[in-house]
Design a protein. Structure first.
Ligand code: NAD
Ligand code: DAU
Length: 338
């Protein structure tokens, strides 16, 4: 298979690229990535010299470039997105461009070149807040943040292409993912790197919002399973089946690093903060996928990785990162840059 992996320099995309080149010797991968603040070519260092790999810097909204790349591949797997809810609350425009219009550009190119598969990497957040029970794939999309609305907008374009043109798209809806190489703005890498530096861990609201934390390798394998075994036109949930609140994330990180509980700091809640997401992943399990890494094992591995890879994350926690941090957490947390 010849794959075009968009957003392949990001967190989950780069895991998927490393996994594909490792597990499928006959496959080749072209990564198209704009290298926004969240993209990092260093995430692909381990595959850089592989002759089956090529990196192209560019925007998925650039129809001419996407058209050229789509001509030489069998499938597009779209990870490219603006992905951080807090940034979407501050500036939604770029989310609509990349997550909605960019998805359309990719889909249109795939259709023009007669691709037999297209994978859209989406999120459990499109179901909206789920106070009871589990979301199944047929549930209505009820996004509540600008981020989740932009992801749902991309999905609705796909649904329209499926209906109108029998476009063979697969959508995956993964839960909150963590692990090595995650940009340190999301809760787990932020809390780990702050704790290493004895900085406060900013817990939104009462810390009771629940997420189903999924280890990144399990998420990448789930997307791979949907790509290779899934049926065109189907959506697949990918969740670990756990429920962990913000206080538990903080306590776990502090315990693993041997840091004091006094680093926990409750701050102003996220606007429109979704209290809970929870997925039923039975459909993907039917194709043979299972989550293999428990939250306890995955977070211990992740903490150890961040401790051992300061050279990876320290340069990221500077400049633009601190400007966003100051704005987002102001005035509750001490935030001077180091
Ligand atoms: P990320 O922010 O780490 O990476 C996104 C990548 O996309 C970056 O490399 C960035 O440079 C690139 N990108 C952004 N805009 C682009 C554009 N216009 N053109 C080309 N490249 C562009 O994100 P992630 O956490 O790895 O998430 C990957 C995908 O998975 C996203 O679609 C996200 O919505 C989805 N998802 C993420 C999670 C999670 O918990 N992280 C869970 C479920 C689904
Ligand atoms: O569920 C899938 C989604 O998970 C993905 O689609 C998104 O791309 C990804 O960013 C993630 O979204 P969340 O909003 O769940 O992730 P985040 O790490 O930002 O927040 C997780 C929880 O932790 C949430 O309840 C808010 C809380 N939180 C977050 C941050 C950054 C805090 O309490 N403090 C923080 O500083």
């Amino acid at each position: 298979m010849r794959l075009l992996v968009t957003g392949g320099a990001g967190f989950i995309g780069s895991e998927f690229v490393r996994m594909t080149l490792r597990d499928y010797p006959g496959d080749s991968v072209v990564v198209l990535d704009k290298l926004t603040y969240a993209g990092n070519e260093r995430n692909l260092d381990s595959v850089r010299t592989d002759p089956r790999f090529r990196f192209v810097r560019g925007d998925i909204c650039d129809a001419a470039m996407v058209g050229e790349l789509a001509a030489d591949v069998d499938v597009i797997v779209n990870f490219a997105a603006e992905s951080h809810v807090d940034r979407s609350l501050e500036a939604p425009g770029q989310f609509i461009l990349t997550d909605v219009f960019g998805t359309f550009v990719l889909m249109d190119a795939a259709r023009a070149h007669g691709h037999q598969r297209f994978v859209q990497v989406s999120t459990d957040e499109v179901y909206g807040e789920v106070n009871h029970g589990l979301s199944v794939e047929g549930d209505p999309l009820q996004p509540r943040s600008p981020y989740s609305a932009s992801k749902a907008g991309g999905e609705l374009q796909i649904q329209a292409y499926r209906t109108s043109y029998a476009f063979p798209a697969i959508v995956t809806r993964g839960s909150n993912t963590y692990g090595p190489f995650q940009y340190p703005e999301k809760i787990i890498p932020l809390f780990i790197t702050n704790a290493i530096d004895d900085r406060p861990l900013p817990i939104y609201g009462d810390g009771g919002a629940v997420r189903d934390y999924l280890f990144v390798e399990d998420h990448a394998r789930g997307i791979d399973c949907a790509l290779r075994k899934g049926a065109a036109g189907m959506d697949y949930n990918i969740g670990a089946g756990g429920e962990t609140d913000g206080i538990t994330v903080a306590d776990t990180v502090l315990r693993l690093l041997g840091k004091p509980s006094s680093l926990k700091q409750f701050v102003r809640d996220r606007l429109g903060h979704d209290r809970r997401y929870a997925l039923d992943s039975t459909r993907l399990s039917g194709l043979g996928w299972r989550p293999t890494v428990s939250f306890e094992a995955g977070i211990a591995h992740t903490v150890a990785w961040f401790v051992e890879h300061e050279e990876w994350w320290r340069p990221l926690k500077s400049g633009e990162f601190w400007e966003f941090y100051q704005r987002n957490y102001k005035p509750a947390v001490e935030t001077p840059a180091p």
